[in-house]
Ligand binder design. Sequence first.
Ligand SMILES: O=C1C[C@@H](O)[C@H](O)[C@@H](O)C1=O
Length: 280
Amino acid sequence: MILSTVTDEVTPDRSVGAFRKIFTMATEQGVRNFEIRMVEAKRFPVVEAAAWGRLKTIAAEYGIHYSAVSPGLFKADLHSDLIGFHSTEILSMSLDLAERIGVDTLITFGVDRSPLDDEGDFARVVDLLGEAADVAAARGFQLLLENIPGSWADTGENCLRLLEGIGRSNFGYVWDTGNLYEAEHRHFRGSYELLKPHIRNVHLKDGRVLDDRMVWQRFGTGETDIAGQIAALQADGYQGTLTVEAKCEPHEDDDFIESMTYLRGVMNGKEIAKRGRLGH
Ligand SMILES: O=C1C[C@@H](O)[C@H](O)[C@@H](O)C1=O
């Protein structure tokens, strides 16, 4: 597995000095692979030119590799004025900028739900995402669907329905374990078994439901069973990116450091052995 993180998951710092701090903290934890989401204070692809320059030059100094971009594509509902803007401008700007930094993977969401939706709208979502996958394929990109509550890609069953409906070889799945737990409130195993043939990237987040709301926590202290997820991925020979989303509320630098320490323990078997001894 390739340890990875996201540009805004390491530190809450969004200042002009942030990239040096982000890459120092990440490389100290053995992470050199990144997804591009926030570029200092703005979300990709609508970024400041100078910040984009720093993202490239400072990354080169630290030996950072970018594997994917996450523009928040299709975080809009079918009835919003913005939906057309996502399938045209956001999509093409994202592909243009990603190409310029040598990235060939674009992450998308599964279109927000709206109270105005009806069941027949599923076909429109399939068409929108399928057309975006075709535009991406024509330029040599894969498009990966990330699950998130409040979208058509919320539960494991709904993600599978979309993945099968879209059915393109360049269309795969980002297993966002925390978001899935937030939508389903159940152990990861059931949806993992459904979705694993489609998984091309994993987003790791831990947390628990408190007063009906998901509260993000440092790895190993929440309910999502990070150790079990790693054991499942290892048992299935998963070789892709394992993307650490460590940010808690409020976001502190120690979130990343502590979650990475826990994750390393899990990956080299220590946490699994501890769980075994405790009879989990
Ligand atoms: O916009 C986003 C919201 C987060 O919940 C999600 O995990 C993340 O990957 C993202 O891009």
